[in-house]
Design a protein around this ligand. Structure first.
Ligand SMILES: Cc1cc2nc3c(=O)[nH]c(=O)nc-3n(C[C@H](O)[C@H](O)[C@H](O)COP(=O)(O)OP(=O)(O)OC[C@H]3O[C@@H](n4cnc5c(N)ncnc54)[C@H](O)[C@@H]3O)c2cc1C
Length: 403
């Protein structure tokens, strides 16, 4: 699988990529980050997202590594972009109904695809990269084959999907989630909403020929092929904000088992908090990403990354059961291990959190990372308000030198 060659799903590869990237995270990133010269040639972005999304690398360790090499001002652009991930997660945690609304819209759009031949033909052509719009078709192929798209290409792609091809937003977000190695409920759903004018109400993103031509360095110039206007799409408005989640309390004296999942593959912080599990298990929630089957590389990435996590933490885990897939098997496994509680890292809104809602009969202790607990409550409005908090959030991180 090409995607797993590009993104080997293990921490050693993640650390090597971070190490190689650090020198580029300053001025180079600020000047080159918007350029997309195509798979295999782009040097302006880190391609760390599959590792960050699954917390094979944590935001804190990437930020600390970058700030050990660059001043805060020198790496400001990269630091800001890193915090978009945190901001989107916090925003969705406090507005979880947006995830339910997305699933409702997806189910409706999927019904329409099955009953409206014209829509089905346009959707299939878009997913197969057969629209006749060269740039769009090339991005569709790259996504399916490599499991990754550059941020600028994601913006152009989503814009063309919505405003030129006039396809439903939920089907586009689903196409991304089924193929991206970094597919993330918060960043993906909210970025699609941002392009469609729902995240910042009324403010849409229109892909323009001149912008595509400039930042693909002449690879593409879709003259007379793109929509010239981008009216906001229909969709659920941003709901009222709820309180950000807090951490459950860990009672280390109770017999615990640890459930490892795709949202946090660096469990060391839970052992530091006193967790000594009788046994551990990994959860495979891939099938819950979509109504359709996710691409093979998506599940393969997650399963291999979970196995790598188990191998790294083996001495702390007790006996390990890999690949639980539903709530019933989680409860049966925990009971068989003699547990009084199932401990897990707090899963943000998404497939794992959905699955864990079905666990009954044993308490589930969801531990929230201090970084998330500090950052998420600030995602109250737009990113630029959140951005004001970045210096304070950096200051509160352990191991960060003041720059
Ligand atoms: C329509 C659309 C859908 C997207 N879907 C996803 C998704 O499912 N999963 C995902 O991780 N990102 C998503 N993004 C955000 C962004 O495109 C990717 O995080 C980024 O391209 C990852 O590549 P990189 O690691 O080389 O980024 P770099 O530019 O090197 O940035 C470093 C890190 O900062 C964070 N980051 C940078 N830009 C963004 C951004 N705009 N939003 C959120 N975090 C950011 C990521 O963690 C990234 O790894 C989406 C963006 C758009 C426009």
């Amino acid at each position: 699988m090409q995607a797993l060659e590009t993104f080997p799903p293990d921490r050693d590869s993640a650390c090597a990529r971070l190490e190689a990237w650090i020198p580029q995270a300053g001025r180079h990133y600020a000047t080159r980050r918007n350029h997309d010269t195509g798979p295999g040639t782009r040097d302006g972005v880190s391609q760390l997202s599959p590792y960050l999304r699954h917390r094979i690398l944590t935001e804190e360790e990437v930020l600390a590594a970058v700030l050990a090499r660059h001043s805060r001002a020198g790496a400001q652009k990269f630091i800001d972009e890193m915090f978009w991930r945190t901001y989107f997660k916090g925003f969705l945690e406090m507005r979880p109904t947006l995830w339910g609304a997305y699933w409702g819209e997806l189910a409706l759009a999927w019904d329409q695809v099955q009953t409206e031949a014209g829509l089905r033909a346009r959707w299939e052509a878009a997913c197969r990269g057969e629209t006749g719009i060269d740039c769009f078709d090339a991005w569709a192929h790259a996504l399916v084959e490599t499991g990754y798209l550059h941020n600028h290409a994601r913006m152009w792609f989503a814009s063309i999907w919505l405003f030129t091809l006039k396809l439903p937003l939920a089907l586009g977000a689903d196409f991304f989630l089924r193929h991206l190695c970094d597919g993330d409920p918060a960043s993906n759903t909210l970025s699609w909403r941002w392009v469609g004018g729902l995240h910042t109400p009324g403010k849409t993103y229109l892909a323009r020929v001149s912008n595509i031509s400039k930042y693909t360095e002449g690879r593409f110039r879709p003259l007379h092929q793109l929509a010239s206007e981008a009216p906001a799409v229909q969709g659920a408005p941003n709901p009222e904000r709820m309180a950000a989640p807090g951490s459950d309390r860990l009672d280390p004296a109770r017999r615990s088992v640890l459930l490892l999942h795709e949202d946090d593959l660096s469990p060391g912080w839970m052992f530091d908090a006193g967790l000594a599990p009788l046994a551990s298990a990994t959860l495979d929630a891939t099938r819950r990403l979509s109504i359709l089957e996710p691409a093979p590389h998506v599940g393969a990435f997650k399963r291999a990354a979970l196995s790598d996590c188990v191998a790294r933490a083996a001495s702390r885990l007790g006996q390990v059961t890999e690949g639980l897939k539903d709530a019933e098997s989680i409860v049966a496994w925990a009971r068989a291990a003699g547990a009084e509680q199932i401990v897990t890292s707090h899963p943000p809104v998404g497939p794992v959190a959905d699955l864990l809602k079905g666990v009954t009969g044993l308490p589930v202790v969801r531990l929230l990372r201090p970084f998330d607990a500090r950052a998420w409550p600030h995602a109250t409005a737009g990113f630029f308000k959140f951005k004001d908090r970045i210096p304070a959030l950096l200051g509160e991180m352990s191991g960060i030198r003041a720059a």
